[in-house]
Design a protein around this ligand. Structure first.
Ligand code: SF4
Length: 271
């Protein structure tokens, strides 16, 4: 089956009821998110399984969107050659060396060349690549203010919050519940920092997936019949420096990374 040429092809598969159960305001918005590679088709709960299966070779990967994501990345890459490298260096909080823009991603150097190639000392995670390009191309470069906001308070975050909660906050909480040294270990591995506990949490840690896009995870330990909880916060400038789809990807990617660290340390994450 040929891959979709535009979001309308995906929209035609949907119920078109705009029921919002997927967290998007409309079926068209959901179709756009699938086309851009931000959402898998299977996340429309109203879609029959047989339709998803029938399109499994159109959207081929775990989440059914790898091909679309590759196309989007190629497009973003092609735009890099036109950027003003010096201005981008200032805007992104990076540095310029040998005609390459170098940006710290989780404390590690990510270098990008004029032709859009990325080189780094660490494995390039797909969840960071598209946000990285969007940050370089479209970020406003506003310095963080230290005023924290939840995902749902960011522009466009409210509709996506149920899914963000599931993919990011719940997943991180499950890891933290199973693996108590998680925060010490990930802080060391990824140049994060423990900060004074915020919002009356027991543990607060801040990471920098991108220089001007800090993410803070706050964890509340279980106590007297109350379950543990975990919330993730962003600086109030986050939605100026990155689009909400990319912010979603960073949060969900961070949760995946925490899960992998726990598994590497032999912890089974109980969900
Ligand atoms: S859940 Fe499906 S039918 Fe409902 S708004 Fe989302 S895409 Fe449309």
């Amino acid at each position: 089956m040929p891959k979709p040429q535009n979001a309308m092809t995906i929209f035609q598969l949907l119920e078109k009821s705009n029921c919002r159960q997927c967290g998007e305001k409309t079926c068209m918005a959901f179709a756009g998110a699938v086309f851009m590679g931000h959402r898998p088709l299977s996340e429309c709960p109203r879609l029959d399984r047989y339709i998803i299966e029938a399109h499994s070779d159109t959207f081929q990967n775990l989440d059914g969107v790898e091909q679309n994501r590759d196309d989007c990345l190629e497009h973003l890459k092609s735009l890099i050659k036109d950027i003003d490298l010096q201005a981008a260096t200032v805007r992104t909080g990076g540095r310029c060396e040998n005609d390459r823009l170098i940006i710290k991603v989780m404390g590690k150097d990510f270098a990008i060349t004029r032709n859009g190639s990325i080189s780094t000392d660490i494995h390039i995670n797909p969840w960071v690549t598209a946000p990285f390009f969007n940050y370089v191309l479209y970020g406003k470069g506003i310095d963080p203010t230290g005023h924290w906001r939840s995902f749902r308070e960011l522009t466009g975050g409210r509709e996506r919050y149920p899914l963000f909660q599931k993919r990011c906050e719940e997943q991180m909480k499950q890891v933290a519940d199973s693996y108590t040294e998680l925060f010490d270990d990930v802080v060391q591995m990824f140049s994060g920092k423990q900060v004074d506990p915020q919002f009356q949490s027991d543990i607060s840690v801040v990471f920098y997936p991108l220089p001007k896009l800090p993410i803070m995870a706050c964890y509340w330990l279980p106590e007297e019949g109350m379950q543990s909880s975990l919330n993730v916060f962003f600086d109030q400038t986050a939605d100026k420096n990155l689009d909400i789809g990319s912010i979603f990807s960073l949060g969900a990617g961070l949760a995946q990374m925490f899960t992998r660290v726990a598994l590497r340390h032999g912890f089974r994450v109980v969900s």
